[in-house]
Design a protein around this ligand. Structure first.
Ligand code: GN1
Ligand code: MG
Length: 347
């Protein structure tokens, strides 16, 4: 939680003479507040340094992107941290790190995808972001979370957790463990994919859930936000996480497995939205792996939730005892539903 003197210190840094601050509840990682001041509305965010151990790396990436886009795409709405009175864009207060953003008037976020049009708009927004960054060398960005979407490593961490977990946890997720192990081929296919010269590294968002898209009042996507995980990556990360979070009518929190289905029209909308700005940039080899992306990200999330459950919930905050097991089982069911859908269609 934010420490008491931090809001006043930050207000002084940004020259906010008076302010009102309200928490925004969204995301599992950072603490976010809306700030209303006489000089405008802002978003203040505390970086979770348990997850992002090098907040300065995020700040350096944002500055680099801002600098590049200002010249190459001056009209692109890039929501970078704003500069304080002393021109800094990241502040340390009581060992906590903060930055502020302009609040984009007339914008709102959504927590669930309710129509294929929303899926299309979001996919278009993430594609636009990668497309406007296409001219730059993605590897000039630093990795803010090293190995974040490294599927082989996530599998190894799962296997290590199987060895260190206590009996009670191993017993409660026995079936899930077997199901996860039976899908290991996904890791091999992914390794073959990334080893291929036509699998390109691009500027990738890595957290493409719908709440990271700003929409306007006409329900059109304005831009993407929450750029902490922007780093070099494969298109699989962005497409896969959209499939993971848009195609099912219920979220990863749902415990009733009968509600976990794949909506084909949403799958289609993601492809159409993404292709609207990225079709010309993707290689044929990448396009051939378009729907495989969903399998990779859903599988990886199932592994991550299960690993955390086996490690006694050290990473994802839980609200009840078997929460991470419920999430992992949910994602495993979603993986099966996606595979079924793909097998029954000519994708
Ligand atoms: C975390 O905090 P949030 O919801 O943006 C996680 C994602 C997971 C997601 C699952 C840095 O994201 O990778 O997909 O939870 N982010 C990090 O809900 O670990
Ligand atoms: Mg986030």
């Amino acid at each position: 939680m934010i420490k008491d003197s931090a809001p006043d210190t930050m207000a002084a840094k940004y020259g906010w003479h008076s302010y009102q601050m309200m928490p925004i509840e969204s995301g599992l990682i950072n603490h976010t507040y809306k700030v209303v001041t006489p000089s405008g509305k802002f978003i203040l965010q505390q970086v979770n340094t348990n997850v992002f151990k090098q907040p300065l790396v995020i700040d350096a990436n944002m500055r680099l992107l801002k600098h590049q886009l200002k010249t190459s795409h001056p009209d692109y709405l890039f929501v970078a941290p704003i500069a304080g009175m002393d021109a800094n864009t990241l502040y340390e207060v009581n060992s906590q790190y903060f930055r502020a953003f302009e609040f984009i008037e007339g914008s709102h976020t959504m927590s669930t995808v309710n129509t294929p049009e929303q899926a299309f708009e979001a996919a278009k927004a993430f594609a636009t972001f990668t497309a406007v960054c296409n001219g730059m060398d993605a590897t000039a960005l630093q990795e803010t979370l090293p190995n974040f979407h490294n599927l082989p490593l996530r599998y190894q961490q799962f296997e290590a957790a199987l060895h260190s977990a206590n009996e009670e946890r191993l017993t409660t997720c026995k079936t899930l463990i077997e199901d996860l192990q039976s899908q290991e081929a996904i890791v091999t296919i992914y390794e073959t994919f990334i080893a291929h010269p036509d699998a390109l590294k691009r500027v990738t968002h890595h957290d493409t859930k719908i709440s990271n898209v700003l929409f306007n009042d006409a329900h059109k996507a304005l831009c993407v936000i929450d750029l902490d995980t922007v780093m070099p990556g494969y298109f699989i990360s962005d497409i896969g996480d959209m499939m993971r979070t848009y195609v099912c009518p219920v979220s990863e929190e749902e415990s009733d497995l009968s509600k976990i289905i794949v909506r084909k029209d949403y799958l289609q909308a993601i492809q159409e939205g993404y292709y609207s700005h990225m079709e010309q940039h993707l290689t044929d080899f990448e396009k051939a792996h378009f729907f495989f992306a969903g399998e990779v990200l859903i599988y990886m999330q199932a592994l991550r939730f299960c690993t955390d459950y086996l490690q006694n919930d050290v990473y994802y905050p839980i609200k009840y005892p078997h929460h991470n097991l419920v999430r992992a089982t949910n994602q495993m069911q979603l993986l099966l539903a996606l595979q079924q859908t793909l097998a029954n269609s000519n994708y």
